[in-house]
Write a protein that binds this ligand. Sequence first.
Ligand SMILES: C[S@@+](CC[C@H](N)C(=O)[O-])C[C@H]1O[C@@H](n2cnc3c(N)ncnc32)[C@H](O)[C@@H]1O
Ligand code: SF4
Length: 382
Amino acid sequence: MKKQYYSLYIHIPWCLKKCPYCDFYSVIITDNNLYENIKLKYINNLLLDLDNDLLFLKKKIYIKSIFFGGGTPSLISGKLISYLLNEITKKVYIKKTAEITIETNPSSINKQNIIEYKKSGINRISIGVQSFNDISLKLLGRIHSAKDAINAINTVIDNDLINFNIDLIYGIPGQSLKSAKNDLYQTLSFNPKHISWYQLTIEPNTIFGKYKPKNLPKYNILWKIFKEGNKILQQYGYINYEISSYAKEDIFKCKHNLNYWNFGDYIGIGCSAHGKFTMSNKTIIRTVKNSNITKYMNGYYLFSSNKIKDCDKTFEFFLNKFRILEKFSKKEFTSITGINIHSIHSHIKKSEKLGYIKYDKNDFIITKKGYLFLNNLLEIFI
Ligand SMILES: C[S@@+](CC[C@H](N)C(=O)[O-])C[C@H]1O[C@@H](n2cnc3c(N)ncnc32)[C@H](O)[C@@H]1O
Ligand code: SF4
């Protein structure tokens, strides 16, 4: 039987300060040094959480990518990450070429942890820079300065962690086209293998959601930033393979995220983490872990585990697939979801008629118009 590869997401639920735009689950810790014992306890809980998922899956699990996300995973020392990865290796088979990423905040990057991360097996690092402009960083509530970000990137480069990503945000309050382009040019001067260039979204359950920031760039400025920025990134040789993702070469496309966008299966451990398992009869199970850290630390890992209904499966499949700019086959739709393509014939015809997708006998591809009106396109599949 063909081996099925999973991705593994590990959520680290701490930050030193909550950024007003961010709705990822995290708990604020004021003194990082006081938390060593709590972190070890959390990591041991992560291992038990993984055991429960493996018990449910009842088979040998092969892992093709691991992603430490947060929160701020760089608040965890290299030694603890090493311990965790070692223990995980005893439970699952990790592919030799697996991509292992850690998300970091520039304020918690230093030579020692970079060296230790590398030793532990981490081979990709994502740096949350967001901007190189100190005023923008203040407006985003970041705890680091542009200088801290530059030092952090240089520490990663000097220690030969060549596969690094820089996270940038545009559409920051008061941001001009010139300032957004400056952020991109500064980023490009480090020649990162990958850039995630996100438009600031105002999430409902955040400080920005409650008190909408003044001076958000208007639609016409945002459009100019996107158009000109996208052109600059492509001129510098970056492949725009997903709405916000740019890779220097195919091999540097983020394998972990591609697995989500290709609607692949993954195990999610840690507070608030999600997982997706396809069973042999094509039933898809979605797991959600507890986002109450006290309950989680007391062994209540699973918050919910539900079968995805067929109509939701179709929507979720396209929600992910339409993010990547590659064609995909109707066979793939059926083999992944177990749903006959004929049952969505009218949705496809409507999307095609409105110019959102191109569709022939075998393949789908999203058009430029579909990309621009992604929400309208997805509504057709609800
Ligand atoms: C979960 S954060 C983890 C990174 C790390 N904790 C840090 O911020 O330094 C991952 C990335 O999501 C992006 N992000 C989070 N909330 C966002 C929002 N509301 N709009 C746009 N990008 C956002 C940021 O670029 C951030 O670097
Ligand atoms: S953006 Fe990063 S540092 Fe800021 S609150 Fe979210 S996870 Fe924490």
